[in-house]
Design a protein around this ligand. Structure first.
Ligand code: FO1
Length: 307
């Protein structure tokens, strides 16, 4: 059985880890958001892809959910001494990855080959594809009319400025293998990632949207909310700003209407949800321990077997 999963951020990386810990790696392809990718200090930085690869390679700093474990701060100390921009934290080990990647791209190696080499060298067995060859450059139109790029809003301003609209590029070249994965996967999952920051930017790319809408097999989404709230990050505020007529899980149902046939969420959060086309399904969606990740995959597989 081949499984593809659209993912981004910490929730996406933990769901990818759950699948890798419990299913054969060669059956899995992860399609990772490129909306957060940007250049900083002249370096090519792919935060969501790096988070998935570090997580699957067993290298991630687990509590924070991004960057490397056993990390150093010498480079950041020097950036500060030089009065270089230091609002975006680059650990010493992580910095080596960005330098190597930027160099490889500047040598003329295509982005998907650079990605495949890095994933392989960091010990990742499953395929982890960036959705597009270059950044979807997500930006925010704020309630006060200002526009702000992703990382300036997310990191520098800690996701606080009120958002009126999220916009991403839609004309970037799709990475080889992405559309084939969407079409040929027996099951396409949408990870419990932030829908506005990670998933909708990907579904906004016309060939990707077309491939998802026209696939033969099921597409199932996993809710990022637990106890009706985001586990991490600015999703709760974004839901109330961008989906003002529905709350909590009902808002997630609304976001995935037209994209997914099922929404997996905790059994005790299903009451009262209504939707014409997205069927709520019970699932243990905590992903913070190996046992919980195994339970999550068991629930998805049980639903698959019951089809
Ligand atoms: N997130 C932060 O909140 N602060 C940081 O300084 C930061 C640095 C960073 C460096 C490399 C990397 O791969 C990720 C990093 N992140 C940081 C996480 C990242 O900005 C976000 O988690 C994602 O873009 C949102 O999915």
């Amino acid at each position: 059985m081949r499984i593809g999963m659209l993912c981004g951020g910490v929730g996406g990386a933990r769901a990818a880890l759950a699948l890798c810990e419990n299913l054969p790696a060669d059956s899995l392809t992860f399609l990772v958001n490129t909306g957060d990718d940007f250049r900083h200090l002249g370096l090519e930085i792919w935060p969501d892809w790096d988070t998935v690869v570090y997580t699957l390679g067993g290298l991630i700093e687990t509590d924070r959910g991004w960057g490397r474990q056993d990390e150093g701060t010498k480079a950041m100390e020097e950036f500060s001494r030089l009065q270089a921009p230091d609002w975006f934290h680059l650990g010493d080990r992580d910095l080596a990855l960005h330098v190597f990647r930027t160099w490889a791209l500047e040598q003329g190696c295509p982005a998907h080959q650079v990605a495949a080499q890095i994933a392989d060298r960091l010990g990742v067995k499953a395929r982890v594809l960036r959705l597009t060859q270059s950044s979807l450059a997500t930006e925010f139109v704020l309630k006060d009319g200002q526009r702000m790029d992703f990382q300036t809003w997310f990191v520098r301003h800690q996701g606080k400025p009120a958002v009126a609209q999220v916009k991403s590029g839609d004309g970037e070249a799709v990475t080889p293998g992405v559309l084939e994965t969407i079409a040929s996967s027996d099951l396409l999952l949408i990870a419990p990632s932030n829908p506005y920051l990670s998933i909708l930017p990907m579904l906004g790319v016309p060939p990707v949207a077309e491939a998802v809408k026209s696939r033969q097999g099921p597409t199932w989404a996993v809710s990022p909310l637990l106890g009706g709230k985001a586990v991490k990050g600015p999703l709760d505020a974004l839901l109330s700003e961008l989906s003002p007529h529905a709350r909590g899980q009902q808002a997630i149902v609304g976001v995935y209407s037209g994209w997914a046939q099922n929404l997996f969420l905790p059994a005790d959060e299903m009451d009262g949800l209504n939707s014409a086309d997205v069927v709520p399904r019970p699932c243990r969606t905590w992903l913070n321990t190996p046992q919980r990740r195994a339970d999550f995959v068991a629930d998805i597989m049980a639903a698959w077997k019951a089809l």
